[in-house]
Write a protein that binds this ligand. Sequence first.
Ligand code: SF4
Length: 362
Amino acid sequence: PVRFMEEYRDPEIARQLISRIGAQSRKPVRLMEVCGTHTMSLFKSGIRTVLPETVSLISGPGCPVCVTDPGDIDAFVDIARTEGVTTVTFGDLIRVPGTTTSLERERAAGADIRVVYSAADALVLARNHPERRIVFLGVGFETTAPTIAASIASAKAEGLSNYSVFSVHKRIVPALFALMEMDIPIDGFLLPGHVSIVIGVEAYRAFFERYRVPCVIAGFEPGDLLDGIRRLVRQIETKRPALENAYPRAVNAEGNLKALALMTSVFTRVDARWRGMGRIPESGLAVGEAFRAFDAHRIFGVVPRDAVEPQGCECGYVITGRKTPPECRLFGKTCSPVHPVGPCMISSEGTCAAYYRYHTKA
Ligand code: SF4
């Protein structure tokens, strides 16, 4: 298996794939990589710089921190300000601005906000601090959602009454539908590897049949990404759109049934708001009725609200591939990884952070 993996990093194989892409590509195409990890890998491996000029890569809405609606940040800030509450979240999120403040600023002002690496850490806090109410900000796609679902199921099984989740989890397929409805010029989708391990190839079938747009599920090694791009270019040039799985060593047709069952038992599908994309039907995962005692939305009576984006920030356009980061006038000036303005610069998977790091080094 190790040799097998190495093939995906082999420079000779990469060179062959690049030349095949060059030989096949005739007309200019815009390919969207939906996943934030793909965005980072494409930059890091230098693939973007070796592709023919006809192939443009645009980043999509696959960075969970970036697509979290500022209104959800505002609501979570309110929870964080509540007496007796300890809020818990992943690192990048605490810097993301809501309308007037961020969790980081609230923490500096005295709120008890902790950063953890997994929902299991949040459960430990709940067990060790029965006097506090522990609220976890659950953000992520179908890759993260099963682990958060597991934490809720464990809390219920243990009878923990001081743990709840503020779920703003998102589903990737409804976002693909929304992108197509926004009339953004996209000739093909490089579909995410990690999410696809959980949801499986067939989860994209209805989307593919509806729009007949080339779709390829790809892994994360340079060879995986180049092979995915090659397949997309071939589909476009031969006018034979298909839903292809270029990551069969990890992704199967029906997905990870155990993870899916866990998610379905704990969460229920709801409409959700995305930064830059607005409300998308059935694109969110809320804590379901059977686990209502662990649902922070219910416990704290959260009502959806409108929020304001940071002034001048174009993240909404970057997330949907309508603008590249350098087209934002704050990029590299008032907005940089040291002083980020929007989530696309804050998140380690954000497109602006990737551009800054790999494109515009001084
Ligand atoms: Fe937002 Fe900064 Fe990106 Fe501009 S460069 S879109 S301000 S994150």
